[in-house]
Design a protein around this ligand. Structure first.
Ligand SMILES: *[C@@H]1O[C@H](CO)[C@@H](O)[C@H](O)[C@H]1NC(C)=O
Length: 402
């Protein structure tokens, strides 16, 4: 509880200080106008006063800090990193189905998968169906895809992932498939998209209690930079598609999972505290996607939820933070929550910005870890806070492992 209060105080303090410090480019919470609106790197100008788009615009974060640009670099096991994850990454506002039908299923995101990846999203949740002679990303009715729920052929989105991995040789992307496709059809599409060369092999995934994943730097060096999980059992032997629930625990998705103080596992998952699964995925979104809800809830309530799910997951911080409308918040939003999880996972600090050589040092003269794809800038750096420094005890990386 005390720690939650501290984290919230940091968010508020750093937001207020950021506005005060603004010179030139506006920072988090600073007012802005139109389009880019003069916000700094890793931010966009948006209105989140309900209903979204009507109130005064402010700069909100779109981009978490790069968790491999902190003290430990890429030298930790993969399960010691947290990644911003988009729920239904393909269900984008304003999409017209290539089939010409208007899409009636509600969207969950606002920008393309390419843009999501450029903003530092590293987890994609995709619903895959056999449809119209191929595999489509779609919203289901009873496990079936229809023209009016079919967003895009899976090949198009997987090609975007391939282009990103090719252009960014140090990045690792994880795909979670809600898999309704027949055996064989998805591997055809992954092949056609040129993704096989990045494939993280199932036999390298740990499945013993407490076992760690390979080091992130080794995954990068070996070009095992695409981790794919399927919800469908039985594709592991034939297609090399890892069955998600053997390696990941995940809490209940949608509105039923949002009950305060609880973080129960979803039906398919082992209990949250099952240690044979080394990765923890936290869902945080409503059953009916809502921009207003994301605006109001993707900041402090999301950070509070991290703590609840951490406690439920046997004191493990989520490796994947899955949200709708990841760019919506009144300030730090889901990118900030990702920084908090990374700080906790990597060095026991309240944000990755404070992880310095095994201590929770505050960034002062030296630049904080830079946001993905952007120069180091004050926009992403939480501001030093006396509340933080007096109440947090650094945990050396070795001691906080597990
Ligand atoms: C934020 O989430 C809570 C809990 O789900 C909900 O009651 C509230 O209406 C949400 N805020 C908005 C503006 O949607």
């Amino acid at each position: 509880m005390a720690s939650t209060t501290i984290i919230m105080a940091i968010i508020i303090t750093s937001m207020a200080a950021a506005i005060r410090l603004a010179s030139g480019a506006a920072l988090v919470g600073g007012s802005c106008s139109g389009g880019a609106g003069g916000c700094g790197a890793g931010l966009r100008c948006t209105s989140c006063v309900p209903p979204p788009g009507t109130g005064p615009a402010a700069c909100a974060r779109t981009t978490p800090m790069d968790p491999k640009a902190a003290a430990h670099g890429a030298a930790l096991p993969f399960n010691r990193y947290s990644w911003l994850t988009t729920h239904n990454s393909f269900a984008i506002v304003g999409t017209r189905s290539p089939l010409g039908s208007a899409i009636i299923s509600p969207p969950n995101q606002e920008d393309s998968v390419t843009s999501q990846l450029r903003n530092g999203v590293r987890g994609l949740m995709l619903d895959a169906y056999d449809f119209n002679g191929g595999v489509w990303l779609c919203h289901s009715f009873g496990g079936k895809c229809f023209a009016f729920t079919a967003y895009v052929p899976a090949l198009a989105v997987l090609r975007e992932v391939e282009a990103f991995l090719a252009a960014n040789p140090s990045e690792v992307v994880t795909i979670f498939l809600e898999d309704y496709a027949a055996p064989g059809s998805l591997s055809n599409v992954f092949n056609a998209a040129g993704l096989t060369k990045y494939w993280f092999p199932v036999d390298k995934m740990p499945s013993k209690p407490g076992a760690e994943w390979p080091l992130l730097k080794d995954m990068i060096a070996e070009n095992h930079r695409l981790v794919v999980f399927t919800s469908r059992k039985g594709k592991q032997g034939t297609e090399g598609l890892a069955y998600q629930w053997d390696y990941v625990v995940e809490n209940q998705y949608g509105s039923p999972g949002l009950v305060d103080g609880r973080c129960p596992s979803r039906a398919e998952s082992k209990p949250m505290d099952s240690t044979a699964q080394s990765l923890v995925l936290m869902n945080f979104f409503t059953t009916n996607p809502s921009q207003s809800w994301a605006c109001a809830n993707n900041s402090a309530p999301l950070v509070r939820r991290l703590r609840t799910c951490h406690d439920a997951a046997g004191k493990r911080w989520p490796n994947f933070i899955a949200v709708d409308f990841y760019m919506r918040s009144t300030g730090g939003g889901a990118p900030l929550a990702t920084d908090v999880a990374n700080g906790r996972l990597q060095c026991g600090c309240d944000t990755i910005a404070y992880c310095k050589s095994g201590t929770c040092a505050m960034p002062s003269s030296s630049p904080a870890p830079s946001p993905h794809g952007a120069a180091p800038g004050p926009a992403a750096a939480p501001t030093p806070s006396t509340i933080f420094s007096s109440s947090s005890s650094p945990e050396p990386a070795a001691a906080s492992a597990k």
